[in-house]
Design a binder for this molecule. Sequence first.
Ligand SMILES: C[S@@+](CC[C@H](N)C(=O)[O-])C[C@H]1O[C@@H](n2cnc3c(N)ncnc32)[C@H](O)[C@@H]1O
Length: 190
Amino acid sequence: MSELWDAEAARFDDEPDHGLRDPATRAAWLELLTAHLPAAPARVADLGCGTGTLSVLMADAGHVVDGVDFSPEMVARAREKGADRSGVTFAVADAGRPPLEPGRYAAVLCRHVLWALPDKAAALARWVDLLHDDGRLVLVEGSWHTGAGLTAAETEELLRSAGRAPATYRLDDPVLWGGPITDERYLVVA
Ligand SMILES: C[S@@+](CC[C@H](N)C(=O)[O-])C[C@H]1O[C@@H](n2cnc3c(N)ncnc32)[C@H](O)[C@@H]1O
């Protein structure tokens, strides 16, 4: 499965919300994540970090970020992106079983990854274990026009089953995606 993502890596950042090359899109994601993550500096795990765009954005915002992705090609690009930053590390590993120390994280950030995991409940249980007592999960997911993804109701149910209380925010602003959207995209804090 990681081979499929390896093959996506070279062009991954071409999507507006992946590479955040447009300053307006970048600023919108910075504002969104800053609003929902704890105040910096906090220790954040970015699970399924891809090319590391959000990890580096959050490191630049003052957080200490550990990114995990099972695609070596994605992680190679993330390491390049983070090379001149302190406070950001990347590991090649399964996001469903992140090799991170339990109880050390103020937030687990995960964008567009939960939907793809084979055992979502087990992954969420491990992510919760990574958190401090007052830590939070910040998940960005969607139910896309392609038919892939998770509805907000499905994600909320998974979170309730993991013992968390979800608060969901719709992400309808076109600036986040580089244009208007017609499908369901959202952020959940739990
Ligand atoms: C749609 S991309 C999102 C990347 C990044 N979170 C972002 O929003 O820019 C999905 C990423 O999840 C990774 N991924 C999927 N399943 C994974 C797993 N079981 N363990 C680790 N990474 C995984 C893929 O390699 C890919 O980089």
